[in-house]
Design a protein around this ligand. Structure first.
Ligand SMILES: C[S@@+](CC[C@H](N)C(=O)[O-])C[C@H]1O[C@@H](n2cnc3c(N)ncnc32)[C@H](O)[C@@H]1O
Length: 220
């Protein structure tokens, strides 16, 4: 089956901007304190549950993957863009990074102790989010955790430039409650939500959600 056009646009765009992204986007140490706190809480939840590795989906250059690994979580990264994956491998040779799409993961059912989707779903058209969140549900172990973070709003953006270069991707900003509803519809329990006003390094409202795949029901 032919690849959906939005995936081709995202891959080509991030291949173009990968090096500029690393130069322009601050490393996790410079993130706002609440986002770092959510990452630390997620790492603790995953470590405590001990159900398997974390997949950082849309890992870009792998800096947040490495941040999680530094918090004691076995983590690997997946990204659509070969240039991003190459940068991640170069910067973090001790970690595993693979090319792939969160719309169809090459991961077994129930394999993951956690999923991080960190500013990586906003290029996915809303009609594709149920398929992406179904993949999250399929690949998480029962009791496994998801941390989702991204810009929020109610807008479709069609930029021609990103990180100082021409891009062809689009961005879809959704209200936090809509994302939470879609995760619940995919079978995940949303356990925490945090929305922050623009400020610091973020020029838009941004938010985090924690969600969990329910444990298997006990047999009678
Ligand atoms: C804004 S960057 C964020 C990168 C990283 N999470 C970070 O915070 O530094 C978005 C990344 O998501 C990736 N991405 C977007 N859609 C994807 C998909 N369907 N599957 C895998 N990666 C995807 C892009 O290639 C890009 O590297």
């Amino acid at each position: 089956m032919a690849e959906p056009a939005f995936l081709t646009a995202v891959r080509e765009s991030y291949d173009t901007v990968a090096a500029d992204y690393v130069e322009r986007v601050p490393a996790p140490a410079r993130m706002d304190p609440l986002s770092r706190a959510m990452l630390a809480a997620f790492a603790e939840l995953v470590r405590t549950a001990g159900l398997g590795p974390v997949a950082d989906l849309g890992c870009g250059p792998g800096r947040v993957t490495a941040h999680l690994a530094g918090l004691g979580v076995p983590a690997f990264g997946v990204d659509l863009s070969p240039a991003m994956v190459a940068l991640a491998r170069q910067a973090h040779p001790e970690l595993r990074f693979a090319e792939g799409s969160m719309t169809a993961l090459e991961t077994d059912d129930d394999e993951l102790g956690g999923i991080l989707a960190w500013y990586s779903t906003h290029h996915t058209p809303p009609q594709w989010l149920p398929a992406v969140f179904a993949e999250f549900h399929r690949t998480l172990a029962p009791g496994g955790h998801l941390l989702w973070g991204d810009y929020v709003g109610d807008e479709r953006l069609q930029p021609t430039q990103g990180y100082g270069r021409p891009v062809s991707y689009e961005s879809y900003l959704l209200p936090l409650e809509r994302v939470a509803d879609l995760l619940e519809q995919a079978g995940l329990d949303v356990t925490a939500r945090l929305q922050q006003a623009p400020g610091g390094l973020a020029n838009r409202p941004h938010a985090c959600l924690l969600a969990r795949k329910p444990e298997q029901p006990l047999s009678p």
